[in-house]
Design a protein around this ligand. Sequence first.
Ligand SMILES: [Zn+2]
Length: 478
Amino acid sequence: MRKWLFCLVPFFSSAGAQVDSAFFKKVFDEALLNGHAYARLGELCKTIGPRLSGSLEAEKAVQWGKTMLGTYGFDSVYLQPVMVPKWERGAQEGLWFSSKTFSRSIRSKKPVDYNCEAFESRPLKPSGKYQIPGVALGGSVGTNGMLKAGLVSIHKDIELDSLGKLGLLKGKVVLLNRPFPEQYLNTFKAYGACVGQRVNGASKAAMYGAVAVLVRSMSNRCDLHPHTGVMIYDEKQPKIPAMAVATAVANLLDRLATEDSGLQVHLQLNCKMYPDVMSANVIAQHKGNAFPERIIAFGGHFDSWDQGEGAHDDGAGCMHAFEALRLLKQIGYKPRHTLRCVWWMNEENGLRGATEYAKIAGANKEIHVAALESDRGGFTPRGFGVDSVFLANLENYRNLLNSYGIGDIEKGGGGADIGPLKKYFPGAVFVGFIPDSQRYFDVHHAETDVFENVNKRELHLGAAAVAVMIAILDQQLD
Ligand SMILES: [Zn+2]
């Protein structure tokens, strides 16, 4: 389905002549026949792996990125220093449940997903202590030894308040268990509906005397992989430990909590926050011919969580941007503006890289005419979210975009990393790259976000889509 929210006949500058059907074909042919993004992403994921801000791996990745980009003959490649937070998981955390009255009869009567069947049908002894998958949320405090308490499962924010006011959360571990609304076609909308319980849930539960929270993983999929992600404490409340639990585990604990009064959960988290450390944004650029002082920035975030390899989130977005710059250079495109690929550091737990980038750009009067972000994974490209002021300019390219399957244009462009630029360059055009969303939250922030789960053709199609959109912006803007 194509979504065209505009029907104006736009002004079409003669400068647009470089970007036609032959240009699209050259870009896509080069990406599909000779793409570099997949191989470079493989190096990043397999030689370095996850790149949590402030970690040794993030530092290695920065050096790798600078060296790798330096081999492509771009006009300049440089690092932009930035201080970032450093949070460490510490020794592997653990989560268990135990119950004296537990029996197999509490198993789900509903059909369970295939992924969960092995877990659901596992033989369970009546008085055992069972380890279940869980990982600390980013930013959580540790438990300072083993923490053991009864569990209360919450499905809506309103229950948290009603049970809390009755004093029923005091001394308990609270399971924040609101699932993704499956009826939403766009999984990012489902994420938006639930992510608040991960980010702010610990402090809300602490306000009612809870001693820890378990948070249902932000995923559509029923499986045994916990998904981490940032959580933020309200300084006015006690800081209690926060842990993500796999969706299948959340389902099981939910039933246990209602049917088994003897249920206890045991958790041990060893995480800790350290002083900030120096890191860097990684930047490569090509100088423009007509307006070298005017910049089109595009990129993704280079940091990742410490689970998996940060392959889709956001190694893919970084590779889209690098490959777009390479593709345009390779086919001999002469940019009018300076094209700048940016790998922002620390999107996941601080946004320091993007904030610093925008601040420096503003202070140095590096005029940004447009910014594009790719942070939705390396899946099949569908289109773009675009600021409404630029929609009419895309009308000329409607047929071409449609013929390459990237014609789903939504009003409203942006992303976390390009957001801070709006303050300094409110007149710039902001664009978000939009790939298919159905599988993103299968792997997002989980141990399954690995290179093997990235498809080469999908990644390269995404890079080509970013390249043609950058060229369109370059042609249509002054
Ligand atoms: Zn991301």
